[in-house]
Design a protein. Structure first.
Length: 167
């Protein structure tokens, strides 16, 4: 079964793409972890000496197969994998061509937000510690014998509160 695309019209009046038609992935169901494990067992796989690697490779292949069949794949308490597309707009629905207007297919992940394993952005931020890369570079390049005359406060430094456009 192919990846299912639903073509919908942008109805946001303030948008530059208002009235254009875009493609979006439509999933047929969310496959549970148990269903994925059952699916893996139905492939009659024989694992070699390195069982962990064999299972991981089989899991990767089966997840990809199920994603390409239009399913989301729940990975236990970790979260759910799913596909998304990037598409250019068409002036009307009949002009939307899957081969031309679909520019990219992306693997996405939605982290679990259960009490057992909350991987939401807010909870991950609470668990993480941050360091500005600029501070790390200055520490490594600063001469140890003389103070840096430019070591004053940098009010424009990134606070680490959100994503940046930098790689």
């Amino acid at each position: 079964m192919p990846v299912l695309i639903k073509v919908t019209q942008n109805k946001i009046k303030d948008s530059k793409a208002f009235g254009k038609w875009f493609g979006h992935v439509t999933n047929t169901k969310t496959m549970t972890y148990q269903e994925l494990c059952k699916h893996m067992s139905e492939h009659n796989s024989v694992y070699g000496e390195d069982v962990c690697l064999g299972v991981a490779n089989k899991l990767q292949n089966c997840m990809l197969e199920q994603l390409l069949e239009g399913k989301k794949v729940q990975f236990g308490e970790l979260g759910t994998f799913y596909l998304s597309v990037k598409s250019t707009g068409a002036d009307n629905e009949k002009d939307f061509n899957l081969g031309i207007n679909i520019n990219g297919l992306f693997l996405c992940f939605a982290p679990s937000r259960t009490d057992v394993n909350n991987l939401s952005s807010k909870m991950l931020k609470k668990k993480a510690t941050f360091m500005n890369v600029k501070d790390l570079i200055e520490t490594k390049t600063k001469p140890s014998t003389s103070p840096d005359p430019d070591s004053g406060s940098d009010s424009g430094a990134d606070s680490g509160d959100g994503p940046t456009n930098e790689p």
